[in-house]
Ligand binder design. Structure first.
Ligand code: SF4
Length: 312
């Protein structure tokens, strides 16, 4: 390993994602990048009441640690989807982390909220696991975050590059307009804004930071993630990044140049509606979460839900 790239440091580098750094200079570099993102995009103000969406993995634990260190008074919010041999383990890590750092932890589960775990739902569903899980997860995050002014998430540069390309591949510019360090197009009274402090951090950098800070998280992947559209786009971008380093950063930086125009275009036609069943923000009469939940209550479910969801 070559020496740390900091001008006044003669130590050996321990990580080399963009430049080689020793442990202490890497931590400084990483934290200053996150702090600069929060400042530049005004993600968090001094009166904000922050809840951090936590999975117990490296990304959200890093956000939780840094926001608690810099702003204090943060709450962790965990969604227990009910994924055997995975979520129970990452939530164990999160509970230990929150206990050690004296951070309040709020947990909500699919089972309590909807009457079924993801594992149970998937026995009846013929759609991809992430389609139903992502919808229910977003719904619960928003409803459990009521009373807070910002939801901070662990989305990183790799995630954002994937989301941008997924929306481009699907031809859905309106969804792309909701991306960015501060999500959404217009303010909905019932929608808690989401912020992404790790927006410019590579996943590898976050893994290194979580490891060097000894957060005690396991670097496991959800067993369902391999069969998602996101996984296909992720593998594609990882291959491109290897051949053409800087690809992901270029996608995100160039997208940010287009984003103000996209937000303006779709804000002008935004039609704010609320689900007639649960009252949460929705683009249709019934929100996607209610369609899934209602279908799962029926004896021969989900084919109808899949048809209804396809219309969104
Ligand atoms: Fe849910 Fe898919 Fe995320 Fe697993 S990878 S937690 S199934 S959204």
């Amino acid at each position: 390993m070559v020496s740390c790239s900091h001008s006044k440091c003669g130590e050996n580098g321990v990580i080399n994602v963009t430049n080689p750094y020793c442990k202490s200079h890497f931590i400084k570099y990483f934290e200053s990048k996150v702090a600069a993102t929060i400042k530049k995009y005004k993600l968090i103000g001094k009166n904000d009441k922050i809840i951090v969406a936590c999975s117990g993995g490296k990304d959200s634990t890093t956000v939780l640690y840094l926001l608690n260190k810099w702003f204090g008074n943060v709450t962790a919010l965990a969604i227990d989807e009910g994924i055997p041999s995975y979520r129970n383990l990452t939530l164990e890590d999160l509970r230990s982390f929150c206990n050690r750092n004296k951070i309040p932890l709020k947990t909500v589960s699919y089972k309590e909220a909807f009457g079924f775990s993801l594992h149970e739902a998937l026995k009846k569903v013929t759609v991809l696991p992430c389609n139903i899980c992502g919808t229910l997860r977003r719904y619960l995050l928003n409803s459990a975050a009521k009373g807070f002014t910002k939801i901070a998430t662990g989305h990183n540069l790799d995630d954002e590059a994937q989301s941008i390309m997924m929306n481009f591949f699907k031809g859905n510019l309106e969804l792309a307009a909701r991306l960015g360090p501060l999500t959404g197009i217009v303010k909905y009274a019932k929608f808690v804004p989401r912020v992404k402090p790790l927006y410019f951090c590579y996943e590898k950098e976050i893994a290194a930071y979580a490891f060097l800070q000894n957060f005690g998280v396991r670097f496991a992947e959800c067993p369902h993630s391999r069969v998602s559209f996101r996984a296909a786009v992720r593998d594609f971008l990882n291959d491109l990044e290897q051949q053409l380093p800087g690809t992901k950063k270029n996608i995100v930086n160039n997208f940010l140049k287009l984003l103000p125009q996209l937000k303006k275009k779709y804000a002008a036609v935004a039609d704010i509606k609320y689900c007639s069943s649960c009252g949460e923000p929705s683009s249709n009469e019934l929100c996607k979460a209610c369609i899934y939940v209602n279908s799962l209550k029926e004896p021969a479910p989900i084919a109808a839900a899949a048809v209804a969801i396809a219309k969104f």
